[in-house]
Design a binder for this molecule. Structure first.
Ligand SMILES: [Zn+2]
Ligand SMILES: [Zn+2]
Length: 242
């Protein structure tokens, strides 16, 4: 499908409403309010990642995938076809998503302009973050991150909000190496350092095991890292307007 031919119902508002549907990473533990896997809903109609099948019950007009790990694409672990009448976008072809439009350059979904940002994360999968702009408002959703190259970061605009991940609270996270490749997840302190220059605020989601040892302490462990840029630990269903 040619994305430019997509017609979405126009928004009545000039703000963006972002709902974090799920905050749990690809781990066993969960807690009340932090149970669902990845999914971010924009203005009630564009879904970024489908960590739970229920997310498709929203009145969606498009779905955009950051990458095809099962906590971002529930159907991968179930080995079932994901077909939908609406437009589907992602970083690379996926056998379970026959109608996917593969993106690497800027594209539009209605009045939303998407700029894909290459993100290093997995050895065998491509990953993209997305800068999403609507009028004066903009956000950057990183997806899972081992690293974002400096050359990519330098091209990013200043955005109202960055939504990133919190698999590891320790500096450095857990990075694996194979030959000249790295993969895995960097740490929350590293993400704050590299994303703060572009971010009005930073929302954390995709919590790892460390968070579920004690949720109250987990929330504090993020807040103590706050300096110039407000840090917001997300909860399942949390809504933010920008
Ligand atoms: Zn993940
Ligand atoms: Zn992943």
């Amino acid at each position: 499908m040619d994305p430019k031919s997509l017609k979405l119902s126009p928004s009545e508002f000039n703000y963006m409403k972002i709902k974090i549907l799920g905050t749990r990473g690809k781990i066993e533990p969960s807690a009340r309010g932090y149970k669902n896997h990845s999914g971010i809903l924009i203005d009630g109609k564009i879904l970024i990642d489908v960590g739970e099948s229920e997310y498709m019950e929203y009145d969606l007009e498009a779905v955009v995938f950051t990458h095809f790990h099962p906590d971002h694409a529930y159907f991968v672990s179930q080995q079932e076809k994901f077909s939908s009448e609406i437009a589907l976008f992602g970083p690379e072809a996926q056998e379970f998503v026959p109608n996917l439009t593969v993106v690497s350059e800027k594209f539009n979904i209605g009045e939303y302009q998407f700029t894909p940002v290459p993100v290093i994360h997995a050895l065998k999968l491509k990953s993209l973050g997305y800068v999403i702009q609507k009028g004066e408002k903009s956000i950057f959703i990183t997806g899972d991150v081992a690293w974002i190259e400096k050359a990519e970061r330098e091209q990013l605009p200043k955005v109202d909000l960055v939504i990133t991940e919190a698999t590891f609270i320790n500096k450095g996270g857990r990075i694996n190496r194979k030959k000249d490749r790295i993969f895995g997840h960097t740490g929350v302190p590293d993400l704050i350092r590299i994303l703060s220059p572009m971010a009005g605020k930073i929302v954390f989601t995709h919590y790892g095991n460390w968070f579920f040892e004690n949720v109250e302490d987990g929330l504090k462990k993020i807040k103590v890292l706050e300096e110039d840029v407000p840090l917001i630990p997300a909860k399942d269903g949390m809504e933010i307007e920008i």
